[in-house]
Design a protein around this ligand. Structure first.
Ligand code: DOR
Ligand code: ZN
Length: 456
């Protein structure tokens, strides 16, 4: 037996354990793990002194493609992913046009396929009665899951999401709670998860109106309070319980959110939840030093929320970490915290930040593998092919150097706007393999793009 590739001399990190072993690859899959010093291989890659993780999955990416490619496009987003140690992204449906039916889905899949530097899955969007009958068509052609931007209208002309409602703007209204329940039922039958942006838009509209013109970060926090997040999570849990759908709560920013999920899980609700690195590594108190690069929705809240989320993570109440990579241009991000659009180009930094936290003893490498490989793969039906470093899985592998000390700075995203510029960290992804092909080494991502569209 000859291997295409043997990655030799490194350590293998799983959720439970770390051990010394070589990895042999045949036809893009992991074919053997063990002592392969005597085996034949077309190519050998030296991993000594370093650690191999299963290729990481970023389940929460906004590549802006098509529609807003002056902010970001798929080639840039997926190159930045590869540079950050990520081998699979799940792409959100709020492109312009949004992914509302089978035709949009297939057009987007085909357009993105030739420019993907990592593997990718696509979400479909939930828009209530306006696309209820299109959900099954999107599932048939491979929607990895569905996304509901709870309470958010679409601009009637562009179909772009309206993050901050303005009186008088012509919009496609958001689904009602009844429509959401019917969508959840349909998605449960399709066997897919539904991922939600949980913030109560009516509360936000009322409170944001009171803050109009305010320039301080506190105004953003007052306009989007924790209770607006928690009440939406609670409503979603009720509808998930009634419909039996798998509910995945995205970007939990309030300290109390994960406990709501844990309690619901105890009574049998199928629910999982995500937080993002910016909620773990930043707090509102950092705004004076960082500025609009850290305006992200839901907002990064006060320090006690950051601490509460770490505690929830350690208790096992948070299942996944996604970047919510949401790039904007530098010009977009000039203005007051209330007015500038939310989002930052963060995809490249999730793993470095988490490795640094591991170096400081805040979590283990096994936990990183659980949060960014095993759990997202299981939730989105990819486990076995993705999300695990074991024979039979795709040879998606992220090689990390735990001792590397470096400074976060440039990103391969089209947007330079992110909140971590100048941060010193310990730990770096130094090479990435996608189905056995070396796609990144020392921050350089190689052509041609070889990512595939994936479905569960
Ligand atoms: O800050 C955000 N930006 N939060 C989201 O949930 C969406 C995103 C975007 O698409 O701009
Ligand atoms: Zn998002």
């Amino acid at each position: 037996m000859e291997f295409e590739l043997i990655i030799e001399g490194g350590w293998i990190q799983t959720v439970e354990t770390r051990f010394r072993a070589d990895v042999g690859v045949i036809q893009g899959r992991i074919a053997a793990i063990g002592d392969l010093r005597g085996a034949l291989a077309a190519w050998r890659y030296d991993a000594s002194g370093k650690i191999l993780l299963p290729g990481l999955i970023d389940e929460h990416v906004h590549s802006r493609d098509p529609g807003l490619t002056h902010k970001e496009d798929f080639a840039h987003a997926t190159r930045a992913a590869a540079a950050g140690g990520i081998t699979t992204i799940l792409e959100m449906p709020n492109s312009i046009p949004p992914v509302l039916d089978r035709e949009h889905f297939e057009a987007r899949r085909d357009a993105l396929s030739s420019r993907a530097y990592v593997d990718f899955g696509l979400y479909g969007m939930v828009l209530g009665s306006k696309n209820q009958s299109a959900l099954s068509g999107m599932a048939e052609v491979g929607a990895i899951g569905f996304k509901l931007f709870w309470g958010y209208a679409l601009d009637q002309t562009t179909l772009a999401l309206v993050y901050t409602p303005e009186p008088g703007r012509a919009v496609v209204p958001p689904p009602t709670d009844g429509e959401i329940y019917l969508a959840f039922q349909a998605i449960a039958e399709l066997g897919r998860p539904v991922a939600i942006h949980a913030e109560n838009a009516e509360v936000i509209a009322a409170l944001a109106a009171k803050e109009r013109g305010a320039q301080d970060y506190g105004a953003l926090l007052r306009a989007r309070p924790p209770f607006s997040e928690l009440m939406t999570i609670e409503a979603a849990l009720r509808l998930a319980e009634a419909s039996q759908v798998h509910l995945h709560v995205l970007h939990m920013a309030a300290a109390e959110g994960p406990a709501l999920l844990a309690q619901a899980r105890e009574r049998g609700v199928r629910v999982s939840g995500e937080t993002c690195p910016h909620y773990l590594f930043l707090a509102a108190e950092d705004y004076p030093h960082i500025g609009p690069a850290m305006k992200i929705l839901p907002p990064i809240r006060e320090r006690r929320h950051q601490e509460g989320l770490w505690e929830a993570l350690q208790r096992g109440w948070i299942d996944t970490i996604g970047s919510d990579h949401a790039p904007h241009t530098p010009e977009d991000k000039v203005g007051s915290p209330l007015e500038v659009p939310g989002g930052a180009a963060t995809i490249q930094f999730s793993l470095p930040l988490l490795l640094d936290a591991a170096a400081q003893g805040r979590l283990t490498l096994g936990k990183i593998v659980e949060l960014m490989a095993e759990h997202p793969a299981k939730i989105f039906g990819l486990y076995g092919t993705k999300g695990v470093l074991a024979p039979g899985a795709d040879a998606d592998l992220t090689l990390v150097d735990l001792d590397r000390e470096w400074t976060l700075g440039e990103t391969l995203s089209k947007s330079p706007i992110h909140p971590y510029r100048g941060w010193r960290v310990r730990g770096a992804p130094v090479a990435v393999f996608l189905r056995g092909r070396l796609i990144m080494e020392e921050g350089i991502v190689f052509d041609p793009p070889s990512g595939h569209f994936i479905r569960s």
